[in-house]
Design a protein around this ligand. Structure first.
Ligand code: SF4
Length: 485
């Protein structure tokens, strides 16, 4: 167990190509041992310990370098219940040290050529070449020394091909790129929805669902292998939606994708006319309904890095490796909001990171707990995010008391006791009817959803609701009719 970090989840990286120089190999072995004992170091080759309150972020079970995931809980890591969330510890220690602002910088993904090699030797070389700070300033002028030290570390950890920071980068265009963006510019409140992609290659049902929802909502999302279960790709569904005359939102999960794969997918999506992309981290594989064998490394980059990469590609024409392209893809970028994970202040900081990186609209996790949601929105407002991105609140109509209990146990979802009790009362009413009936529960679930929709519409900063219906798309028109919208 390392002294300053949680136990690492994955082994340290090995170099793709071994150092030929024996003294370098010896030094690297010593560095690996020392940093392993102290920090659980995985030899990522680009050390960001100074930014993460000296807890190694690579001990995170997902290997995330820019904050906790949407499934984080205060109790345990969602991947491995025997360990705490590394990022919760980083946030808590940063807060105690008064270094929360350090967490805003968008950290680069790992450079495979550096992983497994010493991080100290290239740092010392970089320092010598730069010539600042000089050690004597540590006594003569401490402020100057630490200012220059910070600049030195920043220069080292932000390679030329990444070049990120902790600042807000507004989109570099003036005219709306997508219909969804235009509607958000012109209307105070909108409704969007989600279609679950088919589990096979049949498209009849998908087309019918697209035609149905196009009449009722501004845009339709297609989930991307939700719960880490393979289905028809979000991109293929988006193309069917466009053919049906609808406005599609491509969901793009970081899980199981490399940065190269993501870039080629979004360039292809743009070429096919898809103009909205929702950047997500993705559920871990152990959440699949059945047990599948899965690959050990599931994350090359995280959602924040994806946003940074896609915004740069669109606004600066730069690929992730620094190459420039001539014809830039065009898309309106979105991100997920997780109001019910860790403390609202932590979650809002992570939200700011996503907005700074490029998120223009935010789709939140399903909202049942209005009080907690309000607290999170206030924390986002305090960070000035409500003017920079359009917040759409997720609404889900519960179908049964059993589902309410199951969802309440999911990390990232909070359902107040009062709602659970209402669903249970409906279950009792159903039990007195025909065997297997759940009419009262479905009606009650819709009633709760409609109440939430009305209350969310009145909440400052909420620009719309996103209806998540778990494959029951025909319920969307019913909900809107019952809401009187
Ligand atoms: S950030 Fe990278 S180099 Fe630093 S301790 Fe963690 S794995 Fe090692």
């Amino acid at each position: 167990m390392p002294v300053f970090s949680p136990r690492r989840f994955q082994m340290a990286h090995l170099p793709v190509e071994r150092d030929s120089n024996l003294p370098v190999r010896t030094f690297t072995a010593l560095e690996r041992t020392a940093k392993g004992v102290l920090f659980g170091c995985r030899m990522c080759g680009n050390c960001i310990l100074q930014e993460t309150a000296f807890i190694c972020p690579m001990t995170c079970a997902k290997g995330l370098r820019n904050g906790f995931c949407g499934e984080a809980t205060a109790e345990r890591c969602v991947v491995d219940a025997s360990r705490p969330c590394t990022w919760r510890l980083i946030f808590e220690r940063s807060e105690r040290m008064g270094r929360m602002d350090k967490l805003l910088e968008v950290n680069a993904p790992i450079n495979g050529a550096q992983a497994g090699h010493s991080a100290w030797l290239p740092f010392i070389k970089f320092w010598r070449e730069r010539g600042q700070p000089v050690l004597t300033d540590l006594l003569a002028n401490r402020d100057k020394f630490w200012r220059e030290w910070d600049a030195l570390c920043y220069g080292f950890r932000q390679p030329d091909w990444w070049q990120s920071d902790a600042d807000y980068h507004p989109p570099a265009y003036n005219t709306a790129i997508s219909r969804l963006e235009l509607e958000l510019q012109q209307k105070p409140f909108i409704v969007t929805a989600e279609i679950e992609p088919p589990g096979d290659s049949a498209t009849d049902d998908l087309q019918k669902k697209c035609q149905l929802l196009n009449k009722y909502v501004i845009s339709v999302n297609f989930s991307d292998n939700a719960f880490a279960t393979s289905r028809m790709s979000s991109l293929a569904c988006c193309v069917h939606c466009l053919e049906a005359g609808g406005e599609a939102v491509l969901q793009m999960q970081a899980r199981d994708r490399s940065r190269n794969g993501i870039l080629s997918d979004v360039i292809g999506a743009s070429a096919l006319g898809v103009r909205n992309i929702l950047c997500l981290g993705g559920d871990y594989h152990n959440k699949t309904p059945q047990v599948f064998p899965c690959q050990p490394e599931q994350f090359d980059i995280d959602a924040v890095q994806m946003l940074w990469m896609l915004r740069r590609l669109r606004d600066e024409g730069r690929m992730a490796d620094g190459r420039e392209i001539e014809n830039r893809p065009r898309y309106f970028l979105g991100a997920a909001g997780a109001p019910f994970t860790l403390k609202a202040e932590y979650s809002a900081l992570r939200m700011e990171k996503k907005v700074n990186a490029g998120a223009q609209f935010i789709q939140t996790q399903m909202v049942f707990d209005l009080e907690a949601f309000n607290t999170w929105m206030a924390a986002c407002d305090k960070r000035g995010l409500l003017d920079k991105a359009a917040f759409l609140a997720g609404v889900y109509p519960l179908r049964s008391a059993e589902e309410a209990h199951a969802l309440a146990a999911e990390p990232g979802v909070t359902i107040p006791e009062e709602i659970i009790q209402r669903m249970e009362a409906a279950f009792v009413r159903d039990s007195h009817g025909c065997a297997g009936a759940c009419e009262h529960q479905e009606v009650e679930g819709r009633l709760i959803a409609v109440e939430l929709m009305h209350q969310l519409r009145e909440m400052p900063g909420v620009r719309g609701v996103h209806l998540m219906v778990g494959g029951q798309e025909s319920v969307v028109p019913v909900l809107l009719e019952e809401a009187g919208w």
